[in-house]
Ligand binder design. Sequence first.
Ligand SMILES: Cc1ncc(COP(=O)(O)O)c(C=O)c1O
Length: 344
Amino acid sequence: MIDLRSDTVTQPTDAMREAILRAPVGDDVYGDDPTVVELERRTAEILGKEAAVYMPTGTMTNQLAVRAHTESGDTVLTGPGAHLWFGEGGAPSPIAGVVIQPLDGVRGVFNGDTLRAALPLGEPYRPARWSGPPRLVCTENTVNAAGGSIWPLETQRDVIEAAREAGLATHLDGARLWHATAATGIAEIEYADGFDTVSVCFSKALGAPMGSALAGSARQIERARRFKQLYGGGFRQAGMMAAGALHALDHHRDRLGEDHRRARVLAEGLAKMPGIDIDLKAVQTNIVRFRLREMAAPRLVDLCAEADIALLASDRESLRAVPHLHTTDGDIERVLDVVGRALT
Ligand SMILES: Cc1ncc(COP(=O)(O)O)c(C=O)c1O
């Protein structure tokens, strides 16, 4: 089976399973699981923040960041198709009671002026209280919905500056921030600089079985810990899973360029096929998104499944393929062959 639906489908390697087996553990709720404590310390250090908190999922780190930064009725500004708005079960409304205002952008990237233009004029023209007062700006790097595109550092800084001028908090959904660093050589700490909170995932291309961390100031992270407990996220001997994440940080970050290379080969191969539209400029890391001109996307998914290949249909016309830890060059060749034959 060649499973390219997501980079979340990876299995722990033997070495990772060994690390998990040997992990010293305690009780996460009492704060004395040494492996969790070490993962939180490492994550805070990598991102240049005072503290970090380990949680079961990226949905939880994103949503509890939103919850920690806002009050019910506030407005949260995001990029178009932001995962925390569109891909997390509708969570911002029931969990934080906020309204999401998506901003226009190119490949998921918007700038400071777009943010400024979206804010209420203020007294005496249009007071912020007439709609949900804007409170938080969230960006995503890399941008999943756009096909793994990377935020330029200067554009991030521009948005953070515009947010500061307006007194807004900032959160970075860095589920795949590791990929931005692998592709550009710009360290995670630089991408994280200036954001109040940053979420990173260990369960995507890093290949850990589960878990994400939220990093920020000691005060923000203490507040997030309170919500982690409230939503049932105190997960006791979580060090078993944190050990997988630590192993992934040490052993799987250096290989992400391989995923980028395979994504590029796949994208260029697909681009040559009549019947496929693909924005090659968007393929900057490990995600390949493409559109079918004639066949319905679920039909291609079914035809590929007959050949033991799993792709994700994101809507009636669009598909996603994500090379990851277990994908080989041969897999990419085979996918191109099967898709090519299915479309002719
Ligand atoms: C950009 C982004 N943020 C957050 C998440 C949520 O992570 P999780 O699946 O661990 O809840 C995902 C999941 O794919 C994602 O792609």
